[in-house]
Write a new protein. Structure first.
Ligand SMILES: Cc1ncc(COP(=O)(O)O)c(C=O)c1O
Length: 374
């Protein structure tokens, strides 16, 4: 499979580690390993101290699978859940296992590039476009039914959404499930930002628990703040499908990193602690960033996110947003992500507010605006 340049990862890899502050990161402030180990129960600490650095179970450490299954409540975690090296490998394995060249897929755009490019490389893709109106951004899900064709096989979405932070309602999700059931479609639901909803009542159920052809994608990277673990997973009711997808893993990572599995297990067992730390950073940062963008409404249009740690404001100036982000990076050493990277051409950019150094990034952005008299 020949894939096009991964614009987002390429853009960030050239800038993230050579700048002072990543101001568009889509993951929460990363935890220190020592802080995770402090949370471990004594029996898990025993496992950690005596861990053999051997190959691990193909689907994932059974203790980890059991812990994950508490979320989805599926019949048998060893047949319904498979772990992967990050969410990325899960996306690759699932979409390549399910889709064929005569299929048609509906995606929600803009989106994380692999949710679009992997299907695009295999089959026909139709897009439901993000809309912006009165400082709100949303998807009109009634468009989905109009896009369905006889060969449509799957709907792919991601809520809370990257890059906008929007979320469809529970009623809209139910509508999509009913529609998919009627047409026999798979739903691939990228749930990597689940848990970071601004209002908890907006949290959507796991698709794997709700729908027999639903596939849930989760990961330790985003809402947990542990991208360095590279532990992601897929959950689904269809055991035969899981077997087919997990076969693809034999050609990719084979198994997870053994230490990462234990660190993920400890974190999941202490999920309340992890989320309460993350939500407190998020709530604080979201207040600051919302105030900032509202105060600078001659320069920016602010679209408040409903979840996740990212938002997709618009630069109102006549200048191309790509140039704005580049100049800001050179002058203030902070990295924003222009919408061009998502093939979105309306002068929006992605900003991240999950990190502890976000207030400093905000003050550098403010200084830039004042110095340049924007
Ligand atoms: C929506 C979405 N899905 C999947 C991924 C990939 O996650 P990971 O880095 O954990 O593989 C990302 C990363 O930014 C993402 O934003």
């Amino acid at each position: 499979m020949k894939l096009p340049l991964f614009k987002l990862e390429d853009y960030l890899s050239e800038r993230e580690f050579s700048s002072d502050i990543m101001f568009s990161g889509s993951d929460m402030e990363a935890f220190l390993m020592q802080d995770i180990l402090k949370l471990a129960k004594s029996e898990i600490l025993d496992i950690w101290n005596n861990l053999k650095l051997s190959y691990t179970y193909p689907l994932g450490n059974p203790l980890l699978l059991d812990e994950l299954n508490k979320k989805y409540q599926l019949n048998n975690c060893s047949e319904n859940i498979c772990t992967f090296s990050g969410a990325e490998e899960g996306i690759y394995a699932a979409l390549n296992s399910i889709l064929n060249k005569d299929d048609h897929v509906i995606i929600f755009s803009p989106c994380y590039q692999s949710l679009k490019e992997i299907p695009n490389n295999i089959c026909e893709v139709s897009e439901v476009q993000l809309k912006f109106l009165n400082n709100k951004c949303f998807f009109d899900i009634s468009e989905v039914s109009r896009l369905i064709k006889p060969n449509t096989k799957m709907i792919i979405f991601n809520f809370p959404h990257n890059p906008s932070g929007t979320i469809i309602s529970k009623e809209e999700l139910k509508y999509l499930i009913d529609l998919s059931r009627k047409h026999g479609l798979y739903i691939f639901s990228d749930e990597v930002y689940r848990g970071l909803e601004v209002n908890h009542s907006d949290q959507l159920p796991y698709i794997a628990s709700e729908y027999e052809k639903g596939i849930s994608l989760g990961v330790m990277s985003k809402s947990y703040g542990m991208p360095g673990l590279r532990i992601g997973w897929l959950a689904m009711q269809d055991k035969k499908l899981l077997k087919k997808i997990s076969n693809m893993k034999h050609y990719l990572s084979i198994c997870n990193s053994a230490p990462s599995e234990i660190l993920a297990l400890i974190s999941l067992q202490n999920e309340d602690h992890i989320y309460s730390r993350n939500l407190s950073i998020l709530n604080n940062n979201l207040k600051l960033i919302s105030t900032f963008f509202k105060e600078h409404d001659s320069v920016f249009e602010w679209y408040p996110p409903k979840g996740g740690c990212i938002a997709f404001p618009k630069l109102k100036l006549k200048r191309p947003v790509y140039d704005f982000c580049e100049e800001l990076r050179i002058k203030e050493h902070i990295v924003l992500l222009p919408g061009d990277i998502f093939d979105h051409s309306h002068n929006h950019f992605r900003v991240g507010f999950g990190r502890l150094n976000m207030p400093e990034a905000l003050s550098r952005l403010k200084r830039y605006i004042q110095t340049e008299k924007l």
